[in-house]
Design a protein around this ligand. Sequence first.
Ligand code: ATP
Length: 440
Amino acid sequence: MESTPATDPNLLDKVTNLAKRRGFIFPSAEIYGGFRSTYDYGPLGVNMLRNVKQAWWRTMVQMRSDIVGLDAAILGPPAVWAASGHLETFTDPLVDCRKCKERWREDKINGVCPNCGSTEFTEPRAFNLMFKTQAGPVEGEGATAYLRPETAQGMFTNFANVLATVRKKPPFGIAQIGKSFRNEITPQNFVFRTREFEQMEMEFFVPPAEADEWYQYWVQARYDWYLDFGISRELLRLHEHAKEDLSHYSRGTTDVEFAYPWGWDELEGIANRGDYDLTQHSNASGVKLEYFDQATSERYTPYVIEPAAGATRAMMAFLLAAYHEDEVDGEVRTVLRLDWRLAPYQIAVLPLSKKPELEGVSKEVLAKLQANFMCDYDVTQSIGRRYRRQDEVGTPFCITVDFDTLEDHSVTVRDRDTTEQTRVKIDDLLRELHSRTGQI
Ligand code: ATP
């Protein structure tokens, strides 16, 4: 009865429905009929998306002394995007089906219209993916601004600022999480490809001679990160781009790919960008973006290794990988086997009955746990139904408070994956949960 991307043809529908029904992801502006593949993250989704970003930040910034963070502006002047190459080359080849008039990305359709099957298309035209807008009340070239299509350029334009303020020397990195915008021609597959999305990118600046070694290092490190957060090996693979498929800035790119319901596709890309970006911005701005090594009296432009991931896309992969249907007590249950660090709630406190005697002690237990974990509190319906509801959203532990609790000062801890129940003293609860989650 296992339901995985490889075995369940309806997995995408099931996860999309669950996401809507349980408050992970809603279609945006739904009361007005929705808005073109944009999505809002609901009460559970916002918890999970934050957890994904926090997991990345912890690994990439908190646990390392060679990477620092940044939060750069989303609006930028044309000069940045001219230097980065986005104004000129950030384009997709666009074709229109001559029969049904649908518009497609030429590189994604294998010559056949996915809508009507026609093979007659207009000549491809280049379509720039950046959202253009205007800063201030007066229109004109000087007022043109772009929404960033990637977070990376903020790290390059701040390279000298960061170097001057944090005393790092290559190899060192700058990490950023934030929204990016691309006017995608064919947004599709739920939140896999949307026009507004969130990225988690890190630019790692290295001496050119060390670039290959660090490139290999980051490919492996990023692959391992997804394993560590619970995606199984069968659902992940590395795909190295052929030389002729590389982007204009890249000397080598490897994608971490995930087995989505429609097949292998990108989850994250790791690229060796060489000295392309710093050189471009040095030339265009007139500000030297180099590193002077005092030990060797050498001045050089560092190479950049970039692991670039999507936070929203990663959340989707984690949901797909976690979705399972199994059997408990002869009944099918839906369970999200999310790593506890990613689950929207780590704990649900469930008083066995609504009777007022249980409320005081239940709220006490809740307050104690809330300081350490994201908790849900639910008193409605039978306890069995409540366990199922928590399984379905991936809550690793349910804490049940019953009438014995008033006598023995203990509660029942139920494990999502094994459904095993253990009696634990309230005084020992935090220690027990910390040890189960490997926090001590
Ligand atoms: P694609 O070829 O799929 O358009 P890309 O190779 O241009 O993507 P990058 O520029 O390398 O993507 O972006 C880095 C990461 O940002 C991607 O691996 C993906 O996780 C995420 N990402 C990029 N575009 C989108 C989008 N439109 N919606 C959601 N996530 C995205």
